[in-house]
Design a binder for this molecule. Structure first.
Ligand code: ATP
Ligand code: MG
Ligand code: MG
Length: 566
């Protein structure tokens, strides 16, 4: 059904709607830092924030959180836009950059200074750290804490004018050095940083800290519900402090945005942290950010994962406050289920073995009809030509079959799917005992779809392609990038001093490249076309390397069934 799945954030919004807290408005935001590519974790946040806005007829702002000048780049901005677009949520009218608010943020800080709520500290970084205290020990007031407002204002203005080197002064909120919450111990608001910014250039020698910039940006945009991951729970009092003080000073109208935390997505076999993903790319362990094995949205797209699959996944895992580790197989199941709905069927022979129909005339061809989707007759059928020489799957012929083997075996019979019943009459074997060719007779009276064709029943049903028409294709099959569910985690029996590196848990054999045959129709498809190759799984024409009609390259998204570990 299309009924949205209820969770505690919806309940909070519903309560605000009932009370009329925000006059019926719902405004959320998705605030990526443009310092890397979006990953599967971000997909959860995107569906949550944009999804809620959609469901409540509200707005979700895409805000590039670009307050940290050195790590951010335009290329990441572009990539993030593309990914959000791909997931179906691009809305250029509600796109912002935190750097657009630099002047307002600065004016807010000046107002806090004037109100005696912020001061310029001139301790060294080491002194500041030492005076911060610990979880059990209160901090110590800075000797600069009681500076006169005029002196603070003068120093802060000169910080902004670029008169001081990095680290000489810092602007801090005057809250409480004895607070049990370390975040409330006079947190930094602005630091000096003579660095070039990708959008504001050299305009600013000072940059706002995350905790200040974030809540103020939310308030500027009229965000009602600011959703973030649980590690920010302890920052919430500070979030409220800044915007509450600025509202008192006339900067914002109440009601103010409220921060609500939810648990981040963690997946087995997949680290979801930009820091680790960077190591995978820079260490050459993968073939770039969009390697189909990467848990980035760019990688997912090349892998043949779909927005619909991510949507189902985020619905299925839900939203809660308890940390959980989701099995990667759950994501694959969601891809499988949605691709089953959306992908047309084609035939691919991944491990080809030649089959010759000895009683099929050389120049003859039979037109067979294969449904594009077995449950969707309105998607139609396509023609598949049967000829004397075919490719079948090596695994569909066994010289020495196990019990209950219903595919082709010596003297056995099988149906060529959408075609005829055939009977084995011989085969060639090379000196190593490998079968190189199978010979069979077909029964012209058993063509699928013709009256009486079903009169003779056989148990096995195998797929095939005409050797004349099939197109040679590169197929890439992926396994998990890591060998263990929690890469880098200590294992039972580890010596106490053992430290593991997640890179040591990389699966060295996570990509298998095959030369296969597929239907010409699929080989000629545009990049990013996704098909089910019958009996194998879902495959996507590679976004970058597939050249229709010239060089077909398909990546396997998922198998038909969860076969991992079998
Ligand atoms: P990383 O930890 O990988 O560096 P980040 O949180 O620093 O990610 P941002 O670009 O700041 O990356 O994230 C943008 C938004 O996406 C934030 O609101 C953040 O809460 C959310 N987000 C990031 N990772 C996850 C995750 N694993 N699960 C859910 N939401 C996430
Ligand atoms: Mg962040
Ligand atoms: Mg981070």
């Amino acid at each position: 059904s299309n009924e949205p799945i209820s969770h505690f954030i919806r309940n909070r919004i519903d309560a605000d709607q009932d009370k009329g807290t925000y006059g019926g408005k719902v405004t959320t935001r998705f605030p990526p830092e443009p310092n890397g590519y979006l990953h599967f974790g971000h997909a959860k946040s995107i569906f949550l924030n944009f999804g809620l806005a959609r469901d409540y007829d509200g707005i979700c702002h895409l805000r590039f959180d670009d307050t940290n000048p050195v790590k951010e780049e335009q290329a990441y901005v572009d990539a993030i836009r593309e990914d959000i677009d791909w997931l179906g949520f691009r809305d250029p009218t509600h796109e912002h950059f935190a750097s657009d608010y630099f002047e307002t943020l600065y004016q807010g800080a000046v107002a806090l200074v004037k109100a005696g709520l912020a001061y310029v500290d001139s301790q060294s970084a080491d002194e500041m750290r030492a005076n911060r205290g610990t979880l059990t020990e209160p901090g110590t007031n800075s000797p600069y804490r009681e500076r006169a407002i005029d002196e603070n204002l003068d120093l802060f203005t000169r910080m902004r004018a670029g008169e001081f080197p990095d680290g000489e002064h810092i602007l801090r909120a005057k809250i409480d050095m004895a607070s049990p919450n370390l975040n409330m111990r006079d947190p930094a608001i602005y630091r000096i940083r003579h660095a070039h910014h990708h959008r504001t250039g050299d305009d600013w020698p000072i940059y706002p800290m995350y905790d200040y910039a974030h809540c103020v940006s939310d308030a500027i945009e009229g965000v009602t519900h600011s959703l973030c991951t649980l590690e920010f729970e302890d920052h919430r009092p500070l979030y409220d402090w800044f915007i509450d003080k600025l509202a008192d000073l006339g900067f914002f109208e109440r009601p103010l945005p409220q921060q609500i935390e939810f648990s981040r997505l963690n997946l087995t076999y997949m680290p979801l942290s930009k820091r680790k993903l960077i190591q995978l790319v820079e260490g050459g362990h993968v073939d770039g950010w969009d390697d189909p094995r990467m848990p980035t949205l760019k990688g997912a797209r090349r892998r043949g994962f779909t927005p619909a699959g991510f949507k189902l996944f985020t619905d299925r895992i839900g939203v809660s406050k308890s940390d959980s580790l989701i099995d990667f197989g759950v994501l694959e199941d969601c891809m499988r289920e949605t691709l089953n709905e959306s992908a047309e069927r084609r035939i691919g022979v991944l491990d080809p073995l030649k089959l010759v129909l000895v009683n099929f005339p050389e120049e003859h061809e039979e037109t067979c009809y294969a449904p594009n989707h077995p449950q969707k007759p309105d998607w139609g059928k396509r023609e598949v030509k049967l000829t004397r020489e075919l490719w079948i799957e090596r695994g569909d012929f066994a010289l020495d079959p196990p019990k209950k083997y219903f595919r082709l075996k010596p003297d056995g019979e099988v149906r060529l799917r959408y075609g005829f019943i055939i009977k084995h009459v011989g085969h060639d074997v090379d000196e190593d005992g490998n079968v190189t060719c199978v010979y069979a007779e077909y029964d012209p009276d058993t063509k699928s779809g013709t009256p009486g064709a079903d009169a003779r029943k056989v148990k096995g049903n195998i797929h095939w392609l005409s050797a004349r028409d099939a197109v040679e294709t590169e197929i890439r099959q992926y396994d998990r990038l890591f060998n263990v569910p929690a890469p880098g985690a200590r294992r039972e029996g580890d010596e106490p001093d053992v430290e593991r590196d997640f890179l040591d848990d990389i699966n060295p054999d996570s990509i298998h490249t095959l030369t296969a045959y597929i239907e010409a129709g699929a080989a000629n498809a545009e990049p990013e076309s996704i098909y089910q190759f019958e009996r194998h799984g879902y495959f996507v024409a590679d976004q970058k390397e597939h050249a229709p009609g010239q060089r077909p390259v398909f990546n396997r998204a998922v198998t038909l069934r969860d076969s991992w570990g079998q």
